[in-house]
Ligand binder design. Sequence first.
Ligand code: ADP
Ligand code: G6P
Length: 457
Amino acid sequence: MRGTSSFLIVANRLPVDRVGEKQWRRSPGGLVTAIAPVMQRRDGAWLGWHGAAGEELKPFDHDGMHLIPVPLSQLEVEFYYEGFSNATLWPLYHDVVATPVYSRVLWDAYKAVNDRFARAAADAAAPGAVVWIQDYQLQLVPAMLRKLRPDLKIGFFLHIPFPPAELFWQLPWRKEILEGLLGADLVGFQRPGGASNFVRLARRVLNLPASRNEIQVDDRIVRAEAYPISVDFGSLDQLVREPHIMTRAKEIRAELGNPDHVLLGVDRLDYTKGIGQRLKAYGELLAEGRIEPGEAVFVQIATPTRERVEEYIRLRNDIELQVGRLNGEYGLFGWSPINYMHQSYNREELAALYCAADVMVVTPLRDGMNLVAKEYVACRHDLRGALVLSEFAGAADELKHAYMVNPYDIDGMKRAMMTAMHEPPHELGRRMRSLRRRVATHDVDRWASDFLKDLEA
Ligand code: ADP
Ligand code: G6P
């Protein structure tokens, strides 16, 4: 029996969050915004885990999207999601900034869950359908699915960096992962470097004939290309032109005590984001008196994430200790140099925060793209505001007029923050105009349509 979906997205997570017992709401974020319209146009379906352990749900429709939940047991959440995906692959693919865990038990769970996703996709896809598999949690699905359904067009996009051969080589299952990805017709990466790492590894590990961006697998050609993901520029730009967002931005600044400078960080509380490094740089500026008492507030939004994984528990303790110390040491009655929030926010509140911030500080040690940087740019039609950006974010390839930093270089970050805080308006405007031009012309819609055009070519 064949399914009926002619366009299928396969991702670890469904694009909805549960509100209360039985209700769902579309999850925020660029991927959903980009893909939802394509799904609506093409009779699409989205296959993914709904976020709760040990619960089986029937397929359902939401917001014009057909959603097919894939269940995960408690143990699979632990071994496949928290384990192999987020304690093995995540740190390995992010330059081993934390030590990856290599465990056969975790690998077995990863294989079993990938197999479940592949079977579910094979059941849902119509003859000749286009199936687009997303991200590092599902790298075995392309080959598994091709075996079950050779009639399908299979695309894969990796949202995180694909590591250099020297690091990927550590993985005891390097051969299986490469073979898994090579089940796709087109493998997409954030940066050209990721695509060439992949081609080089296919050549070295599997001895496959390959050119710059094509790999020969049996009688097929697999293409590897870069498609930098982006944000929905138009809708963010429109949102921040609404008066209530500007009112809220002013309110936020007032609530912070109307300091001369508001610096902002918005990240999942992840060790790849360089939160500790940026707070260290800011702390030294306070210690040296280069930022005076009351002059600035650093707002750090740290979204809760993967809270049962050991490295994340450790990171949270470290960051909260660091924030507590800096506030304790330099704060005054009525002024804390850091405003730290371990919470989620809705799109409007985030947009207001971006508008309230003079300096957006994005300093990952390694990041596939970093959408926060592009969201900030999309929200600054006033041409004010400065973006401090790590060279190690994928976004650095495109956002060349940001204040670039190496997050390992604390003195360099201090200099960049100071420059950004004191830059004259005409220079801020010049830089922001160029950043906005790039994001406006390379938005998320273009990302999705470029990828799908190439997949279907
Ligand atoms: P990552 O995918 O590693 O989390 P990105 O910067 O690429 O990093 O994407 C993060 C996304 O999550 C952005 O769209 C951002 O707006 C959103 N986000 C980050 N923090 C919050 C928060 N506290 N509340 C709501 N959304 C958030
Ligand atoms: C990154 C990954 C996504 C993941 C997201 C949130 O953006 O590339 O695949 O969905 O982080 O992480 P979570 O573990 O909560 O799904």
